[in-house]
Design a protein. Structure first.
Length: 396
C-alpha cells in the first residue's frame, strides 16, 4: 500500500520525475498516485525530499512449519500418458523425501486414470493421491487449481513440485496464490539446506547470466516448477509397493468461465525435441527458412529431431516448439549438433547437458565451440551436405 502524507507534501514534483510508470500527478499542489499504474517500485519514496510518500508493507505471517510434511509431485498426464518430466521429478523428489525422512506423494488428476497410479509408484512414489472425475478429463486452469488447492489444504505438504510445462506454468501459480505461498518458476536445481531444512530452488536469472538460489523461508508449502530434462528419473521398478488414495471433490460446473473446445496437435512429422536422443539445431547462420530442409534431412538421416535457436524462431523460419534455450525448451540428448548457432548463453542454458555436442560454424571464435566436444570450423552449406551424404552411405 502506498500513501501520500498530505501534511508533508508541497507538490514539488520530484516524485513526478522519478516515476517511470506515469502513475503520479500533482493536483492542488499535492501528489496523487494512480494505484492502477503504480507497481510499488519505491522510486518516488526515495526521490521525495520531504518524506511525504510512504509504502506500507503487510507483515509477514509465519506459519507453523511443523504441521507441514511430505514432498508432492504433480503427475502431469494427457490421454493416459504420464509426462516425462513427472518421472524426472519423482526421481528428484525421492532424493528430497529421503533427506527429509518423509513420504513422496504423486498427485494424479484427470479422468479414467486406470493403471497410472501403479506406474507412478514404480517410478519412486510412496503413495499416490488421485482425483478421477469427468470435470478433469480435459485440462482447464480453474478445475485443476481447485483440485490441487483442495488436496493441499487437506494434507499440508511441505513441498509441491510440478513440471515447467504449458500445463504446470498455467495452473500452479494460481495454486500458490491461493495457498499464500511463494513459487519459483523454471528451476534447474533443487536441494535441501541441511541447517534450515528449506528447499533450495535454483533457476537461471538475467537471461541465464547468473544462477539464483531462492528459498521460501516463512511460508509453506514450498513450491517450484522444474524444467524438463534437467533431472534424472529413477529406473522403473514394478516390484515397488505403495499406497493409493482416491479422493473426491465436488466441482461446481455451473461456474465455469471457460469451455473446453478441442486440442489440436501440431501438424508436423518432426520428432519432439524433448524426447529425442539426437537433435540437429539450426540458427541464424542458416540464413533462410528454406535452408531448414537441409537441417531436417540431416536429422532424418540420424533418426533425430530438429531444433532451433531463438534467432531462427524469431525470424519465423520454424515453429516455437523447436526452440532450444532459456526461453524455449531444455533438452538432454545423447548427441546435439548445432549448425550456424553462435552459442549465446541463453541457448547454451537449454542444451549444455547433452552428452556429446557437435558445432558447425564458420566463426572460429563462436562461443558454441567452448562447450562443444567436436567443433567444425567451416561453411555449413559445404559441410552439412557432405555430412549428410557420408552418413547415408554408412547407414546404407
Amino acid at each position: 500500500m502506498i500513501e501520500v502524507l498530505v501534511e508533508k507534501c508541497i507538490g514539488c514534483g520530484a516524485c513526478l520525475k522519478a516515476c517511470a510508470y506515469d502513475a503520479i500527478k500533482i493536483n492542488s499542489k499535492v501528489a496523487e498516485i494512480d494505484i492502477d499504474k503504480c507497481v510499488l517500485c519505491g522510486a518516488c519514496v526515495q526521490a521525495c525530499p520531504f518524506d511525504a510518500i510512504l509504502i506500507r508493507k503487510k507483515s509477514v505471517e509465519h506459519v507453523d512449519k511443523a504441521q507441514y510434511s511430505g514432498v508432492w509431485v504433480f503427475a502431469e498426464q494427457r490421454e493416459g500418458v504420464i509426462a516425462g518430466v513427472s518421472h524426472e521429478l519423482l526421481g528428484k523428489g525421492r532424493e528430497l523425501a529421503d533427506q527429509l525422512s518423509c513420504d513422496l506423494t504423486a498427485i494424479l488428476l484427470g479422468y479414467q486414470l486406470n493403471g497410472l497410479a501403479e506406474e507412478l509408484i514404480a517410478y519412486g512414489a510412496d503413495q499416490v493421491i488421485s482425483i478421477d472425475d469427468p470435470a478433469l478429463e480435459h485440462f482447464r486452469d480453474e478445475k485443476y487449481s481447485e483440485a490441487m488447492i483442495f488436496l493441499a489444504e487437506k494434507y499440508y505438504p511441505e513441498i509441491i513440485l510440478a513440471g515447467a510445462t504449458v500445463t504446470g506454468r498455467s495452473f500452479i501459480p494460481r495454486v500458490a496464490i491461493k495457498l499464500n505461498t511463494g513459487l519459483t518458476a523454471d528451476c534447474t536445481g533443487l536441494a535441501i539446506d541441511e541447517e534450515s531444512g528449506n528447499l533450495l530452488q535454483t533457476r537461471p536469472a538475467f537471461g541465464g547470466n547468473i544462477m539464483a538460489t531462492i528459498i521460501t523461508a516463512n511460508s509453506r508449502p514450498q513450491m517450484a516448477t522444474v524444467r524438463h530434462k534437467v533431472m534424472n528419473p529413477l529406473p522403473r521398478d514394478d516390484s515397488r509397493s505403495g499406497v493409493i488414495i482416491r479422493e473426491e471433490y465436488s466441482f461446481d460446473l455451473e461456474e465455469d468461465r471457460c469451455k473446453y473446445i478441442s486440442f489440436e496437435k501440431e501438424k508436423t512429422n518432426l520428432i519432439n525435441i524433448t524426447d529425442a536422443n539426437v537433435i540437429v539445431s539450426g540458427g541464424r547462420g542458416i540464413k533462410d527458412s528454406k535452408n531448414f530442409a537441409m537441417i531436417e534431412e540431416l536429422a532424418e538421416a540420424l533418426d533425430g529431431a530438429v531444433g532451433a535457436s531463438r534467432a531462427a524462431v524469431d525470424s519465423e523460419w520454424i515453429a516455437y516448439s523447436h526452440q532450444v534455450g532459456q526461453t524455449g525448451k531444455t533438452v538432454k540428448p545423447g548427441i546435439y549438433i548445432a549448425i550456424g548457432i553462435s552459442g549465446a548463453i541463453q541457448h547454451l542454458a537449454g542444451m549444455s547437458s547433452a552428452d556429446y555436442i557437435v558445432a558447425i560454424n564458420k566463426d572460429p571464435d563462436a562461443p558454441i565451440f567452448k562447450v562443444a566436444d567436436l567443433g567444425i570450423v567451416g561453411d555449413l552449406f559445404e559441410v552439412v551436405p557432405k555430412l549428410i551424404k557420408r552418413i547415408k552411405e554408412v547407414r546404407a
